[in-house]
Write a protein that binds this ligand. Structure first.
Ligand code: GLA
Length: 382
């Protein structure tokens, strides 16, 4: 059944009648990983995988929400003390609270949601969920007076304050601002951004999802961020955006080897995003691809956020002659993003599936990337 129909019928069953449908999207990132919280550049786009919610005010001060995919129901108030127990519901509670903290209005509502953004694949299903509700609550209770950057920040603050992830702005930005057939180069220091038309003639983007997720107990993402902040502090600058390799080398003996390599990756990655933008303007996909392989190597060896399975997929891509390939997103599992010549695509996909299966006992999932719109209203209540 189609997502909209499924949500419509579950909403009618649970709450009677119908509400307004909203959606927001997961994202890919062509290049610029772990640069957002360092004030650097990122280059994401929203994709055709969405979280969709049907929502209607209920005239109370309670939120009642049902997740179709998790098959779980939560009910909570809108005060700080009312945080729900379920982690999935905290994303929605967090969005409500962050709107209220900013002086916005949220009243009780009923909601049913579902999605097709693969979970744990590095496609930012959580940002899609946050921006879907942020967009919806802005429309329903605030006459759309909260601007789109603030909607993205509301999602980001939700991660920080209610979900324990000290993330950057990339995912929520991409999910809110995404535009069909366009990537966006965002400067995470000034928050200026530019849409880049992206519909290459001879290449396609394809994601290979390893379907592994190495959840580590000690929040490795927050640790990476802390390393970067320590080095910036040592250099007397606000973020690593303003660091160069010369500056880093000058303090090499004062910082740990681990912090040195984390910062080195960030400094190099910042330059790669700019090189990729230039190359795209020239239609030079070879350079784009080379930079993607360099990013993978840096994420694997210096930033240490890859894993055996993702390194293997990267190697297979290289052996198949794929133009560019790298781990995408926060790391420790999930997908590689691959820039593949159209005529190579079928062979690459077949070989990647077969070789991965032989080694790890299951096939990776393949997603063709279609760059699509971000947060939006899908339809009004009838
Ligand atoms: C996660 C975070 C983003 C970003 C990426 C890595 O997706 O949510 O803010 O830092 O990792 O680039």
């Amino acid at each position: 059944m189609e997502l909209t129909q499924k949500i419509n019928s579950v909403f009618a069953e649970r709450f009677g009648g119908n509400g307004t449908l909203y959606a927001s999207a997961g994202r890919i990132n062509l290049i610029g990983e772990h640069t957002d919280y360092n004030g650097g550049f990122v280059f994401p786009g929203a994709i055709d995988k969405v979280i969709m919610a049907e929502i209607r005010t209920n005239g109370t001060d309670k939120v009642r929400v049902y997740s179709i995919d998790i098959d779980d129901y939560a009910e909570f108030g809108l005060n700080e003390a009312d945080a729900p127990e379920q982690s999935w519901a905290r994303y929605i509670f967090g969005v409500c609270r962050e709107i209220i903290k900013r002086g916005g209005k949220v009243e009780g509502f009923d909601a049913v949601f579902a999605g097709n953004v693969p979970l744990g694949a590095g496609l930012s299903s959580s940002a899609a969920l946050e921006s879907c509700f942020a967009f919806a609550l802005n429309d329903m209770f605030n006459d759309n007076s909260i601007d789109k950057f603030e909607l993205a920040r509301i999602g980001q603050s939700t991660e920080h304050n209610y979900c324990g992830v000290n993330c950057g702005i990339m995912d929520q930005f991409a999910s809110v601002f995404g535009k069909k057939d366009h990537l966006m180069r965002l400067d995470c220091r000034s928050m200026e951004f530019e849409y880049y038309p992206f519909s290459p003639k001879d290449h396609v983007l394809v994601l290979v999802d390893s379907r592994v997720k190495h959840e580590l107990a000690d929040s490795p993402y927050n640790k990476r961020r802390a390393s970067c902040e320590r080095v910036a502090k040592r250099l007397g600058i606000e973020t690593l955006r303003d660091a160069t390799m010369e500056m880093l080398d000058a303090v090499k003996t004062d910082i740990t080897a681990e912090d040195y390599f984390r910062a080195k990756f960030v400094i190099e990655e910042k330059e790669r995003v700019l090189a990729v933008c230039d190359a795209l303007n020239r239609g030079d996909y070879e350079t784009v691809g080379r930079c993607m392989y360099e990013t993978h190597a840096g994420l694997s060896k210096d930033y240490e956020v890859s894993c055996e399975e993702l390194d293997f997929l990267n190697e297979v891509a290289r052996e198949c002659g794929v133009t560019g390939s790298r781990i995408m997103g926060g790391g420790f599992g999930g997908c590689t993003i691959n820039l593949v010549k159209k005529e190579l695509l079928n062979d690459f996909v077949e070989i990647a599936k077969k070789r991965f299966n032989e080694k790890y006992g299951h096939e990776p999932k393949i997603y063709n990337v279609i760059i699509s719109d971000g947060a939006r209203k899908v339809s009004d209540a009838e």
